[in-house]
Write a protein that binds this ligand. Structure first.
Ligand SMILES: [Zn+2]
Length: 115
């Protein structure tokens, strides 16, 4: 995923955020891989299936997502929904991320105020 040197700073953070983002959408409605790839692209994140699918499998194997298979236009599609543990992880993670982002934003505001 890293395309520029700055991406190295953000890579692991972004993967965590992307997991939260997947849980967010999977809490609202059932989602599937290709749909999430397209949805992430609208936010400016180009994720390959080789990056996204392992994330989905990890979240499922740890009990944060549950899946069901359905045949759509002759192809098996795997739909995911957040479990109760997934919703809990989303809420905890959201609080932690927002607190850190808030601090980063506050410091930037302070610097702008001094300038
Ligand atoms: Zn989204």
């Amino acid at each position: 995923m890293p395309k520029t040197k700055n991406d190295i700073v953000m890579r692991d953070f972004l993967l965590g955020i992307i997991r939260l983002h997947i849980l967010h959408h999977a809490q609202q409605e059932r989602v599937f891989g290709l749909e999430l790839i397209r949805e992430l692209a609208t936010h400016g994140y180009e994720l390959s299936p080789g990056t996204l699918y392992p994330i989905l499998h990890t979240l499922e194997s740890h009990g944060f997502l549950e899946s069901e298979k359905q045949v759509v236009q002759g192809k098996v599609r795997k739909y995911y929904r957040a479990t109760a543990a997934g919703v809990e992880a989303l809420e905890t993670g959201r609080t932690q991320v927002l607190e850190l982002l808030h601090e980063i934003g506050l410091d930037a505001q302070k610097r702008e105020g001094q300038a």
